[in-house]
Design a protein around this ligand. Sequence first.
Ligand code: HEM
Length: 207
Amino acid sequence: MVSKKLIRLGLHLLLLLPLVELVWQAIQLSQGLESRLGADPGKIILEDLATISVWLLLASLAVTPIRKIFHWSLIQSYRRMLGLHAFSYMTLHILSYQAFLLGWDWAELGSEIINRPYILLGLIAWVICLAMAMTSYKWAMKKLGRNWLKLHQLVYLAAILIIIHEIWQAKSALGEPLIHAAILLVLLSVRGYFKIIKRSRTGSASI
Ligand code: HEM
């Protein structure tokens, strides 16, 4: 039987593949060879990193519903890995914006945050995810106790802010952002459903 460690390693490598592909495309472009990054590589890289990140975030949010619906407890151990990879890609998305579109001009980033509300929403979402990434280890779990769960439940707020950020900047190309929004809505509904079931069970148990 394939060991858990091997599956983890395989998943890590799989999750790194999109980044490797982007680096490969950038190298091709720098050598004057054919590359899908085209005439505006910075923008394509920024968008690709963002899209990968949203899919990984949604995948990490889908883990608990999948575990509950299919009684598949093994999947739970991969939630943190998916969340951390999502966080890495969203950080690279922000860095690529800073590098390719703003030329590392931090003052410009400040004025973008003030003048474009969708950027502010993205930043708030990222700060929430940063707090979660920094406390995703066992020692933090022990230290924070019940507050750990409260903090980590903010992931749903972060996801909502990210989808608004995505839809807001999309202008006319709303296809993928709306698919993301629909998936998030389903995940939130499933979560709500399980919460109601749990409450009614504990309620009837205490009668
Ligand atoms: C300070 C924080 C952030 C900044 C400055 C920022 C910047 C941007 C910009 C400028 C765009 C528009 C790109 C374009 O014109 O095509 C964009 C799109 C997007 N951002 Fe962010 N972002 C931030 C945070 C986030 C976070 C945390 C996420 C989470 C995944 C995210 C996900 C997205 C997505 C999905 C898109 C749409 C990409 C596409 O068009 O395919 N952003 N972001």
